[in-house]
Design a protein around this ligand. Structure first.
Ligand SMILES: Cc1ncc(CN)c(N)n1
Length: 216
C-alpha cells in the first residue's frame, strides 16, 4: 500500500527531519539546561520568523480554495497573533530584552533563507504555501511531543514553549495540514517533485535554524 503523501514527504526529508526534531537545542530545552543566552538568541530570531509566518498564513488563507480551509487558517493566525505573541512578550520581559531589540533584530543567514523560502512558496500558490507551513508546524509538534514527556522545565519561557506546541488545537491543526498535503498526491508529477524539494528544504532550514544558534 502506498504511504500518504505527507508521510512520503517527511520520509524523503531525512536526515534533516530527524536532525530538526531530535536536535540538541530542543533536548536541552526539555531538560531545562539550555542557557538563557542561547534561548534569548533563539527567541529574537524566532519572533521575527513568527511575524513572517503570520504574513505567510494570511497569504495562504487568501489563496485557500474554500471557507472551511480559510476558517482553519484564520484560527491559527488568531492564535499566533494573540496567545503566542503574549508568550514572546512575557519571555522577552523576563529575559531582560527590550522592545527596541526584539522588534528589529538582525536576522542571521538561516532566518533570512527561511523568509525567502516562504516568499518563494507564496509566488507558487496554495500547495507550496501549505507545504512550507506543514513542515514547520509538524516539526514543532514532533519535537515538542518528545520533550513533553520529561519533567517540565522550571523556567516558564522553556516550559510554555513546549506547552504551546502540544496543545490539542495545535495537534489538530497539524493533522489538518497533513490532510491538505495528502490531497496534493493527485497533483501532476512536476508539482509533486517541487513540493518534495520544498518540504526537504524546509526540514533542512529547521535543523539549520537550531544549528546556528548553538554554534554562534
Ligand atoms: C523556525 C520555526 N519553525 C516553526 C515554528 C512553529 N510555529 C517556529 N516557531 N519557528
Amino acid at each position: 500500500m502506498t504511504q500518504p503523501f505527507s508521510e512520503q514527504l517527511r520520509a524523503a526529508a531525512e536526515p534533516w527531519w530527524s536532525g530538526a526534531v531530535e536536535h540538541r537545542f530542543t533536548a536541552q530545552l526539555g531538560d531545562d539546561v539550555l542557557s538563557d543566552e542561547i534561548y534569548s538568541r533563539y527567541l529574537l530570531q524566532d519572533y521575527a520568523f513568527v511575524g513572517t509566518l503570520a504574513d505567510h498564513v494570511a497569504r495562504t488563507l487568501a489563496a485557500a480554495p474554500d471557507m472551511a480551509a480559510k476558517g482553519v487558517l484564520a484560527a491559527f493566525l488568531a492564535a499566533l497573533t494573540s496567545a503566542e505573541n503574549d508568550y514572546f512578550e512575557r519571555s522577552f520581559a523576563a529575559l531582560g530584552i527590550a522592545p527596541d531589540e526584539y522588534r528589529a533584530p538582525k536576522l542571521n543567514p538561516v532566518a533570512q533563507l527561511l523568509a525567502r523560502e516562504m516568499q518563494d512558496a507564496q509566488a507558487c500558490g496554495y500547495a507550496d504555501m501549505i507545504t512550507v507551513l506543514a513542515c514547520a508546524e509538524w516539526a514543532y509538534l514532533r519535537w515538542a511531543k518528545l520533550q513533553a514527556i520529561k519533567t517540565p522545565p522550571q523556567r516558564f519561557w522553556l516550559r510554555e514553549w513546549i506547552d504551546i506546541h502540544v496543545l490539542p488545537e495545535f495537534e489538530q491543526f497539524v493533522a489538518w495540514l497533513r490532510g491538505q498535503l495528502d490531497g496534493f498526491a493527485s497533483l501532476d508529477e512536476a508539482d509533486r517533485l517541487r513540493l518534495h524539494d520544498r518540504f526537504t528544504r524546509m526540514a533542512w532550514l529547521e535543523q539549520a535554524f537550531f544549528d546556528v544558534l548553538m554554534d554562534d
